[in-house]
Structure formats: C-alpha cells, structure tokens
Design a protein. Structure first.
Length: 151
C-alpha cells in the first residue's frame, strides 16, 4: 500500500502514470484513473485561461492525507495523485488520480472519494480568465453535496 503525490507545473503523461501504477503490481486486479482537464467555459461564460496557485509543502501534505484516508477506508494497493499548478489553457490536463485495488469496486469508490475530497479540501487557488474578466473560483455547493455520500 502506497500513496504518491506530486504538484507540478509541467504536463504529465497519462499513459506513463498508468504504467507506473501497474508496474510490478500483480496483486491488484483493478485500476481506476481519473483525469480532469480545463474546460473552455464555466457557468456559460468562456474561459481562456486558468491560473492555479498553491502553498508548497502544505498542499502536498493535504493530498497525501487524502490518499491515506482512502487507503484506510478501502483495501487498495497504490494511490497516485498529481495536480498541476501555474498557467493552463482549455484542454490542458489539471489532475490525475490513479488507484489500484484487488477488486474493481474498491478502486472505483476510492477514486471517486479522492476526487470529491480534492474538490473541497485541497488548498489550491484557481483564477479563471475569459471575455475580458477574471474571477477566483470557489468550491460549489454541488462539490460539498457530493461528499455526503462518503459520510
């Protein structure tokens, strides 16, 4: 059982990250991945850029804690959480969550749990730009409602 987290500015290779989850892992029969990308709209408004900021050290600690909580809740093999920061544009990948487990339901549930916690607990500050305006992105009520299924 292991949790790996990374916060980085550069792009990640989803296929390579999947390969690292599976490398020399013959005890887990299920792998679930989630990749989140920058959309070109939000609430009907165009988005041309997304700036992500974070607090180095603290953010990685929170991500590792989220991964550890998933490990404690389900029988998992590996958890990988990668999150990008810096200047992104629509189509850029922001986040990768990969989970392995002996069985599929644990992998599926743990991946969803991690994403729901990232949306509400991870200390990232996001600023969207588009149509001559910029705004800070707040977590939505729907993000917090999604957490209720895990309580």
């Amino acid at each position: 059982m292991s949790v790996e987290v990374r916060v980085q500015e550069h792009e990640f290779d989803t296929g390579a990250e999947f390969g690292l989850l599976r490398a020399d892992n013959h005890s887990d029969g299920a792998t679930t991945i989630f990749v989140g990308s920058v959309r070109d709209f939000t609430s009907g408004d165009p988005v041309t850029a997304l700036a992500l900021e974070y607090y180095p050290g603290m953010t990685e600690k929170v991500l590792a804690d989220i991964g550890q909580r998933a490990l404690e809740r389900w029988s998992l093999g590996r958890v990988r959480i990668l999150h990008r920061v810096g200047q992104l544009v629509p189509g850029d990948d922001i986040v990768f969550v990969g989970v392995t487990a002996p069985h599929r339901q644990s992998a599926l549930d743990a991946c969803g749990y991690i994403i729901d916690l990232l949306k509400t607990e991870a200390p990232f500050w996001k600023k969207e730009s588009g149509s001559g305006r910029a705004r800070w992105v707040e977590s939505r009520a729907s993000d917090h409602e999604a957490l209720e299924k895990w309580r």
